[in-house]
Write a protein that binds this ligand. Sequence first.
Ligand SMILES: Nc1ncnc2c1ncn2[C@@H]1O[C@H](COP(=O)(O)OP(=O)(O)O)[C@@H](O)[C@H]1O
Ligand SMILES: [Mg+2]
Length: 232
Amino acid sequence: MVSYQQRSPLKILIANAKGGSGKTTVATNLAAYYASLGESVVLYDKDPQSSSHQWLKQRPEDISTIKGINACTPHTLNQTRSWQLRLPEDCDKMIIDSPAAISEPELRPLIRQADLILVPVLPSSIDIHAAATFIKTIMLTPEHLQQPGRICVIANRVRRNTLSHEKLKLFLNALSIPYLSTLRDTQNYVAAAELGLGVHEIRRRHTQADLTDWSPIISWIDSLQIQKVQAS
Ligand SMILES: Nc1ncnc2c1ncn2[C@@H]1O[C@H](COP(=O)(O)OP(=O)(O)O)[C@@H](O)[C@H]1O
Ligand SMILES: [Mg+2]
């Protein structure tokens, strides 16, 4: 865990216009990881499908708590919208899970808020092409141009040393987009999701390779958190 005196929540946006690329998987696994370290984590579900919210409902009561905010639930008479969306004062990480087919006007306020943006991409030609268009859209928004250098790609469901994996690496190099890590294609993510857990919270004998996959992602996030604290 990064230690710092003043609370300054790091806001992590997980986005890709393509459904099924792994946004909810990345969001829930990150939330579970930081909560397991004792951090105060908010999982902010911007997707009307509410998959992150559903995951949170499966989470066992005796495990580290994550506060869920379902941004798509209509507020009740007793709850104003701003109250419903309010972050706890002690929040360390806000992890934003976003919907597929998100439009540029919907994306721009999220980019403005976010300290960093993670784009999970599947290594198929169709997904790589769609991701290129999406990343270009993000990079050309005024919000990103004002604060560049905070976007990274995670290749998801990768079978290493395959042709599609090689193509993905070439594409990312050509765009000069930092390529953080690859998450392998494994039922560990499916099994963990069914229990409301992350891969860091299930039995280690089966997940060592997955924990290694997460390590550069976590290092990058922690380094940006330190930079944010130093700048504040
Ligand atoms: N690395 C992975 N290995 C195996 N299954 C995965 C992996 N990443 C995601 N999945 C599965 O793929 C499906 C889509 O992932 P999800 O995270 O819901 O995508 P999105 O939120 O972008 O629509 C889910 O069933 C999820 O469990
Ligand atoms: Mg999702």
